[in-house]
Design a protein around this ligand. Structure first.
Ligand SMILES: [Zn+2]
Ligand SMILES: [Zn+2]
Length: 392
């Protein structure tokens, strides 16, 4: 009976958490200490987000709605990377308190929960990268858990405010974090009414409230989630490692495009405080370019650069890799040459030994034959350069 009551309390708690993310039937530290387990009730809004994409079957498409989905993907991916990641998680630049609030609201439109929850988990990831404590390491938990499973786990829902004290001292940020459903609902509602308005005011766009809601919110947000999640899963599996960090983070050009520069994940794990993740001009980093543009408005400032010592380390690593590749390729070339030559040489040797002429010569090398040959030579007239007289 008591277990039934506990289950009902837990179910009710999951429902309340849809609205108040900080509500918990049990103390948060107890929840965080539990083993991983999917909380299906808590995840229903997340499931609805994915299923909502099927609404396209009813609302169809228009160029305007598709363009809105793409633009909102880019603008909100920038919010994930430039705001939740590079500001709230790493404080790689500065802003005012009001600017910080605006950034938190912008970040809320990504539907990736509150800035403090996001920053807490990300700081935890850097502290425990690819060790058993890391909530989304593909090496520890497998690909799918690192990509999507970890956010469905009950133990990962509460925010550990003690790990984000620098942010938790601002009540407005705690409010947005606690009621993290507020900004997404307002954003989705705004899109719906914008679509309705345009349907009447600009019928040539062939859009509607429902269509803009499906494309601009459901489809764009679902794509945004999986783009962001690919940083947790793929960038610890694919790509090159410039720095020998204690984790398995990697640099990937493709993910740098999909995630606006976050694909330079090995760079970032080596030096997290830098505003830029692409350390060189050829490492495309749209988030950094966007932050530069934003700094011209005066909203943000105080960018942190990559120190010279890190560039020096990168050069040394590049030199070491070149030397290693060169030596490996030289040895491999010699092995390949030997592989080519040895069978031919062996075949010639076997054929030579088995030939009748050689067999005969081998026989001549026997003792009596040698004596015989030598005696025959001894009986022959000595070689001379003078011609015999009778032949003159
Ligand atoms: Zn990482
Ligand atoms: Zn980071």
């Amino acid at each position: 009976m008591s277990s039934f009551i506990a289950s009902v309390r837990r179910l009710a708690g999951s429902l309340v958490q849809w609205i108040d993310a900080d509500y918990s039937a049990e103390p948060p530290e107890v929840v965080r200490a539990q083993p991983d387990g999917v909380d299906f009730v808590r995840c229903i809004p997340f499931i609805i987000l994915h299923l909502g994409c099927l609404g396209v079957l009813w609302v169809g498409w228009s160029w305007f709605a598709v363009a809105a989905a793409v633009v909102l993907y880019v603008v909100r991916m920038f919010a994930v990377t430039g705001i939740y990641h590079r500001y709230f998680s790493h404080k790689s630049y500065s802003t005012s308190r009001f600017g910080q609030f605006l950034l938190a609201v912008w970040g809320g439109t990504t539907v990736q929960r509150g800035a403090l929850w996001w920053a807490y988990h990300h700081r935890h990831h850097h502290q425990h990268s690819d060790d058993p404590e890391d909530a989304h390491s593909p090496h520890v938990h497998g690909f799918w858990w690192s990509h999507i499973g970890w956010i469905t786990s009950r133990r990962n829902f509460p925010t550990d405010y003690s790990k984000v004290k620098d942010l938790a001292k601002y009540p407005e940020l705690v409010f947005l974090n606690r009621f993290d459903v507020l900004v997404p609902v307002l954003f989705a509602t705004g899109l719906y009414f914008l679509g309705r308005f345009l349907g009447h005011a600009a019928p040539e766009l062939h859009t509607s409230g429902a269509q803009l809601l499906i494309w601009g919110f459901f489809i764009s947000t679902t794509a945004l989630f999986h783009g962001t999640a690919s940083i947790n899963s793929f960038t610890h599996l694919w790509g090159k490692r410039r720095f020998q960090t204690t984790d398995d983070s990697r640099n990937s050009f493709l993910l740098a495009i999909i995630c606006l520069g976050e694909g330079w994940h090995n760079n970032h794990h080596r030096y997290q405080s830098s505003t830029r993740s692409g350390f060189y001009w050829w490492e495309i980093d749209p988030t950094y370019y966007g932050l530069k543009l934003l700094s011209f408005t005066g909203l943000i400032w105080g960018f942190k650069e990559v120190p010279e010592s890190i560039y020096h380390e990168a050069e040394q690593n590049a030199h070491r890799d070149t030397v290693r590749r060169f030596s490996v390729s030289s040895v491999q070339e010699e092995i390949n040459t030997l592989k080519r030559v040895l069978p031919t040489a062996a075949a010639i040797a076997i054929a030579t030994v088995n030939s009748p002429e050689v067999a005969a010569q081998m026989k001549k090398k026997d003792g009596p034959a040698i004596h015989k040959d030598v005696s025959e030579l001894a009986q022959q007239p000595p070689a001379t350069s003078e011609r015999p007289a009778d032949q003159a």
